[in-house]
Design a binder for this molecule. Structure first.
Ligand code: HEC
Length: 204
């Protein structure tokens, strides 16, 4: 059941891109289990992060900012069902992560997980749990521009864990969090690292 430490990038990128609806091919990657080229967990995590981060930026810019901020035809709200609004980018991200978790459970060959977390979370569900998550989220706050990589053992399984900074790229990132009743921190400003994306990949 234990997956190969070097995973097949084609199937993983394919899964990651299903949500984006994009067409994407990597030539030269065989899907034959025996002789397929392999990549390191770090390269795989970096590639997955690039897809996640781009999808979130596209949703923010092309959907939320265009329709809510610019055209004002619909709002974006945490209470999107009650208010018939767009989901927030962070919620969109979490829903995707939750669907991947469900699908990965049914398919151990693509057994990885990811989440958007913070040491100052609005949603307590997004607080770090493991030592690597806690250390990594603090590291990306203290070392701007750097990612954090570690291995950790959880429940008898070894994992490669990567943490990527999530930065307040617009004033509204800071102001919405600062004004939110559940935010434990109220002095975010533009350019601050507000949290991080955690990607965890099982290794042997
Ligand atoms: C309109 C309000 C709003 C805006 C704008 C906003 N966020 Fe959030 N953010 C939230 C809410 C609400 C959550 C909790 C979502 C959930 O339920 O998982 C959240 C979650 C997060 C999290 C996960 C930790 C936590 O606080 O739960 C991070 C990190 C984060 N946002 C960063 C950002 C960044 C960076 C930006 C700008 C690019 C941004 N947010 C813009 C409201 C906002």
């Amino acid at each position: 059941m234990k997956p190969n430490p070097c995973l097949n990038i084609k199937s993983l990128i394919g899964i990651a891109l299903l949500g984006a609806g994009g067409t994407f091919t990597l030539t030269g990657w065989s899907q034959d289990a025996g002789d397929s080229p392999t990549i390191t967990p770090r390269a795989m995590a970096d590639a997955l992060h690039m897809v996640m981060d781009s999808d979130r930026a596209v949703y923010t810019r092309r959907i939320v900012n265009r329709l809510a901020a610019k055209e004002k035809v619909i709002t974006a709200s945490e209470h999107f069902e009650d208010e018939k609004a767009l989901v927030l980018p962070a919620q969109m991200f979490r829903f995707g992560a939750e669907m991947v978790a469900e699908r990965a459970e049914a398919n151990p060959d693509v057994n990885f997980s990811y989440s958007l977390q913070s040491i100052w979370p609005i949603n307590k569900q997004n607080a770090p749990q493991t030592e690597a998550e806690k250390t990594g989220l603090q590291f990306v706050v203290d070392n701007k521009g750097q990612n954090y990589y570690a291995t950790e053992e959880l429940g008898g399984v070894n994992y490669f864990t990567a943490v990527y900074a999530d930065t307040a790229v617009a004033p509204v990132c800071a102001s919405c969090h600062n004004d939110h009743k559940d935010s434990p921190r109220t002095d975010f400003k533009i350019g601050d690292v507000m949290g991080g994306v955690v990607i965890r990949i099982p290794i042997e």
